[in-house]
Design a protein around this ligand. Structure first.
Ligand SMILES: Nc1ncnc2c1ncn2[C@@H]1O[C@H](COP(=O)(O)OP(=O)(O)OP(=O)(O)O)[C@@H](O)[C@H]1O
Ligand SMILES: [Mg+2]
Length: 475
């Protein structure tokens, strides 16, 4: 930066670092600038064009290719470079200034440029968040599952595991049809997200998708929510109510916790599925509505059918397509992908710069069983991002206790699974080894070990007895 006044650059440096904690790095020539660009993550690149037009090997042109998210500002000599506009276009620069510039002027421009870059970044994140509710035309062409940043995405559903890939391809098939879909899976596995993805990939995407939670709700209230009522149908019904089935005409309704509906309501729902008929409470008129039903449940409906608490005919009707979302423990490959996705999402939301997560912290996350599935992982990452240092990595100390204390087993050190013996012998050897290690890790605190291994205290005591595991005496 030979020709720019050193005092100007120092003035800029002072103004930026005092006000906002930015760090300025000076490089005397292109070669050292290129080296620094490789070493550090640069948000803003002020380039003083000492030469008439920078060569292809200049730091400026290199930064365009290698640092696409870095904002460039050019300082030009009016005598030498006539077309600042052409150069700014060629180098994808934010703007150019003719020298001489004042420190205050330059620092103000730099600050505005950084704010602009930050706003664009947040806008990108929020747009992605809003993607589901925006008019489909805007995002025409990105509706299919696609791979991005090491993971695949089906709308807002992020995944990497073959199990989820298979599920998504079934969901894409289901989306093209008009048939009811039954989505089953443990709490927090992403059933609602999958239902939304199906709706937004179906021919109904231009109409509404409405959600009704059927759990813990009185039958007449549920009936009136879905089928509507007429004025005076029951005490307190002071006006007519349309009901979701008619409000979502042409669209989709997600019936969440469908396992909880009463036998009486099961009949009404079956009739709607068979005939599309809607009879508001207190009315004699039969109305019609064209709504696609997606039902979700974290209880297995087939078990309720066997027990006799859920109608078999309704179950068959609901499961035009049956999609079972696996628990997160059944697809540990998704943990790193989801973690990366959530780190980026929440760092963006709170405006924090997080470089990523360390390998050993990620290993703990992978070892933790996540009974609350993806929802629990998301909450954990949100917390981790909030407590991580600005510009640093998420490390073990940022994890919550339950996860940082999760014993991580080195699979290579577990007894060789291929050694002789029947399957039962091998399983028992592994079980013994896992229990021993957990006891060591928690220094024989049996409540913690039981909680960690998902055993009852009695269950753990039985295993200790059965394998005759002895506490090692400390030397
Ligand atoms: N594959 C995924 N990719 C990104 N986010 C996910 C994924 N799966 C779940 N989530 C997030 O986890 C949270 C729970 O998801 P969702 O509400 O769809 O789960 P659910 O199965 O309907 O849970 P519940 O049974 O408790 O209603 C949401 O914040 C959702 O955004
Ligand atoms: Mg749900």
């Amino acid at each position: 930066m030979k020709s720019t006044d050193v005092a100007v650059l120092e003035g800029v440096s002072r103004a930026l670092s005092e006000a906002d904690g930015y760090r300025l790095i000076f490089s005397e020539d292109d070669r050292s600038a290129i080296r620094r660009l490789e070493e550090v993550n640069v948000n803003l690149f002020l380039y003083d064009c000492c030469d008439e037009v920078p060569e292809d090997e200049s730091a400026l042109l290199r930064s365009r290719l290698a640092h696409t998210s870095c904002t460039r500002i050019l300082l030009l000599d009016h005598e030498k470079v006539r077309s600042g506009h052409e150069l700014a276009n060629r180098t994808a620069s934010y703007l150019f200034l003719f020298k001489p510039v004042e420190a205050m002027q330059l620092s103000l421009v730099a600050k505005r440029a950084l704010e602009h870059a930050e706003l664009s970044r947040r806008h990108r994140i929020l747009s992605r968040e809003l993607k589901l509710s925006l008019d489909d035309d805007i995002f025409h062409g990105v509706k299919e599952s696609f791979v991005q940043g090491g993971y695949s995405q089906f709308e807002r559903l992020v995944f990497l595991s073959p199990k989820m890939a298979e599920l998504v391809s079934e969901a894409q098939m289901a989306a093209k049809t008009n048939m009811p879909v039954l989505i089953q899976g443990e709490t927090g596995t992403g059933k609602e997200l999958l239902a939304r993805a199906i709706h937004f990939n179906s021919p109904r995407r231009k109409s509404a998708m409405l959600v009704q939670n059927c759990g813990g709700i009185a039958e007449n209230v549920l009936h009136s929510e879905l089928f509507g009522h007429v004025r005076g149908a029951f005490p307190g019904a002071i006006s007519d109510r349309l009901g979701l089935f008619r409000a979502a005409d042409g669209g989709t309704i997600l019936l969440d916790e469908v396992s909880d509906i009463s036998p009486q309501f099961q009949i009404a729902l079956l009739r709607f599925l068979q005939e599309g008929e809607v009879k508001p409470l207190g009315s004699d008129t039969m109305l019609h509505s064209d709504v696609r039903i997606i039902a979700a449940s974290n209880k297995r409906l087939e078990r309720l059918v066997e027990k006799g608490s859920f109608r078999r005919d309704l179950y068959y009707r609901l499961r035009g397509f049956q999609l079972n979302v696996p628990s997160l423990a059944e697809r540990p490959e998704d943990i790193p992908a989801l973690t990366r996705f959530f780190v980026e999402k929440y760092a963006g939301v709170v405006g924090r710069h997080v470089l990523g997560i360390t390998a050993d912290a990620l290993q703990r996350l992978e070892a933790y069983p996540f009974p609350g599935n993806v929802r629990e992982l998301e909450t954990e990452v949100q917390r981790m991002v909030a407590v991580a240092e600005q510009g640093g990595y998420i490390a073990i100390r940022h994890l919550s206790d339950k996860i940082s204390k999760t014993p991580v087993y080195d699979r290579d050190k577990l007894p060789a699974l291929t050694s002789e013996g029947s399957l039962k012998d091998i399983v028992e050897r592994v079980e013994r080894s896992v229990v021993e290690r957990a006891l060591d890790t928690y220094q024989w605190n049996q409540s913690k070990v039981a909680a960690d291994l998902g055993l009852s205290r009695v269950g753990l005591a039985n295993k200790i007895k059965r394998y005759d595991i002895q506490r090692k005496r400390r030397a």
